[in-house]
Design a protein around this ligand. Structure first.
Ligand code: NAD
Length: 246
């Protein structure tokens, strides 16, 4: 699957799933712009990719800030001339039961995971419409489909991303732009590394394939959806979850 010459923005590209997507898109020939809140870590990831001979730039940008998102897209357009692919991957958790949840925990998760994806989508859509082509992939979660105790804010944001995906897909399908979502199950990253062994075992019992996924599992599906192999696929949610949500 080639992404030769395509320009992709990947939010939250400094580590975990976003970093794996960035690496896999580079290998497929794409130019990539990655962003995260920390200038240090995003520059480090971009420099590593460049040292491996790939075309990559990093920028410090918080997706929950409209002005940061505008700068992210302007910088991509000025450096690479176009945006063909947007991966809305940046995400955070602030887990606790809803009855104990602070307003700030609710608002920050919704603002980052859902509103941030909407800001980024809105910021790229005009240039995609002009070039009559584009692909947006929203990294949702299985939790947005089946729910999870202690994650009402996160699950609401991830379910919201699915509504966002399907609505925008309908708005822009006749402009040559495809919008899809991926719903990963439990993937081994920094986000899931903090689980206790007991919690880990409980989760494994819920996964028919009895293992966590890898970041490459999500990156491969992202590459497929971004490529011309998926040219007739839009408005879909692909679960990458070892069967957890079936
Ligand atoms: P991670 O915590 O390892 O990485 C998250 C990335 O997002 C980091 O680069 C971080 O800097 C960036 N980020 C966070 N807030 C940001 C903001 N406001 N602006 C810009 N960047 C920001 O997480 P991960 O496990 O790689 O998860 C990536 C995505 O996949 C998230 O959206 C997450 O919800 C989703 N997801 C992860 C899993 C899993 O099991 N790891 C499962 C389902 C969905």
């Amino acid at each position: 699957m080639s992404l030769d010459g395509k320009v992709a923005i990947i939010t939250g590209g400094s580590r975990g799933i976003g970093k794996a997507i960035a690496h896999s898109f580079c290998q497929a020939g794409a130019h990539i712009m990655i962003c995260s809140r920390s200038a240090n870590s995003i520059n480090q990831t971009a420099e590593t990719l460049v040292s491996q001979g790939y075309s990559a730039l990093g920028i410090q940008a918080d997706v929950s800030s409209k002005s940061d998102v505008e700068v992210l897209v302007e910088k991509t357009l000025s450096e690479f001339g176009q945006v063909d692919i947007l991966i809305n991957n940046a995400g955070i958790t602030r887990d606790t039961l809803l009855m104990r949840m602070k307003d700030d925990d609710w608002e920050t998760v919704i603002q980052t995971n859902l509103t941030g994806a909407a800001y980024c989508t809105r910021a790229v859509i005009r240039s995609m419409i002009r070039q009559k082509e584009g692909c947006i992939i929203n990294i949702s979660s299985i939790v947005g489909i089946v729910g999870n105790a202690g994650q009402a804010n996160y699950a609401a944001a991830k379910a919201g991303m699915i509504g966002l995906t399907k609505s925008v897909a309908k708005e822009v399908a006749n402009r040559g732009i495809r919008v899809n979502a991926i719903a990963p199950g439990f993937i081994t990253t920094d986000m899931t590394a903090e689980f206790s062994e007991e919690n880990r075992q409980k989760i494994l019992d819920l996964i028919p394939m009895r293992s966590f996924g890898s970041v490459e599992d999500v990156a491969e599906v992202s590459k497929f959806l971004a490529s011309s192999s998926a040219q007739y696929i839009t408005g879909q949610v692909i679960q990458v979850d070892g069967g957890m949500g079936m």
